[in-house]
Write a protein that binds this ligand. Sequence first.
Ligand SMILES: Nc1ncnc2c1ncn2[C@@H]1O[C@H](COP(=O)(O)OP(=O)(O)O)[C@@H](O)[C@H]1O
Ligand SMILES: O=P(O)(O)O[C@H]1O[C@H](CO)[C@@H](O[C@H]2O[C@H](CO)[C@@H](O)[C@H](O)[C@H]2O)[C@H](O)[C@H]1O
Length: 463
Amino acid sequence: MADTVTSSGTTPLLTSLDPLLRAWLPRQRWFAGKGRPVTGFTPVSVTELLPPDGRLGLYHLLLRVHQPDAPGAPPHPGDSYQLLIGVREALPPRLAPALIGHVTQGPLAGRTVYEALYDPRPAEVLLEALRTRARIGALRFERESGQEIRAGLVARLMTAEQSNSSVVYGDTFILKLLRRVVPGVNPDLEIPLALAREGCPRVPAPTAWLHADVDAQSYVLAVLQPFVSGAADGWELALRELAKGEDFAAESRALGRATAEVHTALARALPTVSLGHAQLELLVGGMTERLAAAAQAVPALRPYEDGLRSAYTALADLAAEGQTWTAQRVHGDLHLGQCLRSPSGDWSLIDFEGEPARPLAERRMPQPPVRDIAGMLRSFDYAAHSVTPPAPDWAHACRAAYCSGYAEVAGRDPRTDPVLLRAYETDKAVYEVVYEARHRPDWLPVPLNAVRRLALPDQEARP
Ligand SMILES: Nc1ncnc2c1ncn2[C@@H]1O[C@H](COP(=O)(O)OP(=O)(O)O)[C@@H](O)[C@H]1O
Ligand SMILES: O=P(O)(O)O[C@H]1O[C@H](CO)[C@@H](O[C@H]2O[C@H](CO)[C@@H](O)[C@H](O)[C@H]2O)[C@H](O)[C@H]1O
């Protein structure tokens, strides 16, 4: 049964899936529209990967999900999500967590549908398609020239809490399937590919990727990279060292060097621009608006609002005096959890998607590299304040070592630009206050502690 999008904008397959997906989608961690009901779907593309008349059927879906607009938000046509739907007569017990439901209507009536990424065989179909550079319907499976993929690697879904979904093949590759997708160039492929082609070893180089081409628009749907086997992320390592009372300065210095290697390669590979007075006004305007919105949303921030705003006015004053800064492509959401250390001690940076809530065009804009540095400095502070008793001296040593490591490679110490650094650190801490208030209220004291420090004008002198 080859399924096609009909003139009414639906498909026979969707008739079967619609009621089940309305209930299942909002329960998924990666579903961004939580709290608003799902009222319907428009298929963007529907691709049959295995026919449903065999033991196992498999569909790839890109669906636009209709929901009422959030109160006060501008009208929105609905987010698009990538789904891989398996079809079986019945699910074996090992696939019970993957159940979407039992179909009662449409062409799949009587069958069971499930989240196919839990099942090795469908996940292996994706790898095989990448290996052979398949073209199936709207799907275009690409492989970097000169990169080989061995046939027959066994798949397993990663169970970590993620914004997307990742499948590991053998211990060789990891495929990240993006869940909420927008048309256009995705930095999670664009940046690692540019870095790899520039010869920068600080990112796992994309081996293959998946596009969908629909109505003259292209969506990046998935990226395959080498799997760093036995890796630990910077957050776990930092907490481990803190628990042992050990310092983390040597690793922090290595992380500073790795960040600078990535930044210098990106400045070579992709355009850089100079930020003058007009651009700085826009940038400072954005920071100021985010602060005002955050103070509205989180009352605990209000006593510090004026002090925090002074970080932004100080930056605007420097720009008004004629100072300029260079902007370039950066990571955009760098923190300790985005840094992987291999068993041999090498650091890689991952997840270049940027802050997923921001529009793609904004995420792809050149920015001062200090933005990433500020993200890492905040992360050391987070680790030190997530333990009892807090360890501010530990954080101070990490922050200093990180900046020194950065300077060794970049030839420029971020501490020599304290006004810019304070403005970016403030912007990040304000973001974190909102993030924690929404997602992890118990953690709110961690960024609020930084807010108290950043609101003091003498903070400029501190790393
Ligand atoms: N190349 C890799 N090698 C080993 N593990 C990886 C690799 N890339 C990602 N991971 C693991 O997968 C997790 C999720 O990856 P990430 O790109 O951050 O996805 P998401 O955007 O869904 O959060 C990471 O925290 C890391 O543990
Ligand atoms: O899931 P993402 O990587 O996109 O990031 C979001 O969640 C992070 C928490 O998981 C959050 O990071 C904050 O907490 C971290 C410790 O859990 C800390 O290392 C970071 O410095 C701190 O910002 C991040 O802000 C949020 O966007």
